[in-house]
Design a protein around this ligand. Structure first.
Ligand SMILES: [Zn+2]
Length: 274
């Protein structure tokens, strides 16, 4: 059965049914249209989460802008202006007056709540989704990852597990000949150029392979928000399962698409190391 109109109260009710409660730390990946017709749109979804998590909880959301100078030499990330490129809910979140956005030209995240400042500070001092990044701090606090109407191919924290597993392929760039040089506007309003990304969150088309492993280990929970199918899991429990698995099978999360620019090169690297 599908419902015609999904309200803020209904989303709050469904979140609690999934076991999410006040004080929780949640990272949300989302597809607005999967929920159905939401009264008030993406803003309603954001407020419904905050209703449930307040006053002590925290919601973290990717606000990735993918501003790669290698791809477009005129590209310039402006932290207060550059929109999110990962969905309507993430853009509504970015525009929320309480949102803290981390300073990062390609993989900034936003957070609202008690841990918002702690999760989002000093992002430039780490790598996009590597050690010391917001997703790593989130994992250290055993936050819960919620996939709302989307599958694991949107699950950014799997990139962190690739890093924590010590896979050498994370240093291989998106495309042959690209460097990882970036340009952005800093907090002081001045242009910063020549930033380097030393690890690249690569392709995530192969991330579905993690599903059966997490399922078998009993780490995945499932449910619904509105009409959207959801999955959720403890970020630390998933790390405990997937990191040893990746060390055993380093090509586990690489995709098999012929057109992929990065996975075949990463797979060759893994093979050479045998
Ligand atoms: Zn790929």
């Amino acid at each position: 059965m599908t419902d015609n109109k999904i309200t803020r109260e209904r989303i709050g009710f469904d979140l609690r049914q999934l076991g999410i409660d006040t004080g929780d730390l949640i990272a949300l990946h989302s597809s607005l249209k999967s929920i159905g017709y939401v009264e008030g749109g993406a803003e309603t979804v954001v407020e419904a989460f905050l209703d449930v998590l307040k006053p002590d909880g925290t919601l973290m959301v990717p606000i990735f802008s993918f501003t790669f100078t290698s791809c477009d030499p005129t590209a310039l990330h402006e932290p207060t202006k550059t929109p999110s490129r990962v969905g309507a809910i993430t853009e509504a979140f970015r525009l929320h007056p309480q949102c803290h956005r981390s300073l990062h030209p390609t993989h900034s995240v936003g957070a609202i709540g008690s841990l918002a400042e702690e999760l989002t500070r000093d992002h430039l001092a780490s790598t996009p989704i590597g050690i010391g990044s917001p997703f790593d701090r989130f994992r250290e606090r055993d936050g819960t990852v919620l996939m709302l109407g989307c599958d694991l191919t949107s699950c950014s924290i799997l990139h962190l597990y690739e890093v924590l597993a010590g896979l050498s392929y994370i240093h291989i760039a998106y495309r042959e000949g690209w460097n990882h040089e970036l340009a952005m506007i800093g907090r002081d309003g001045k242009k910063v150029v020549g930033l380097q990304l030393y690890e690249t969150p690569g392709c995530s088309h192969g991330f579905g392979s993690a599903g059966p492993i997490l399922e078998k280990a009993g780490v995945l929970r499932r449910g619904k928000i509105g009409n959207a199918r959801c999955m959720l899991f403890s970020s630390q429990a998933a790390a405990d399962v997937l990191i040893p698995e990746l060390q055993e099978r380093p090509d586990l999360l690489l995709c098999n698409r012929e057109e992929c620019q990065i996975c075949p090169r990463r797979r060759r690297r893994v093979k050479v190391e045998g």
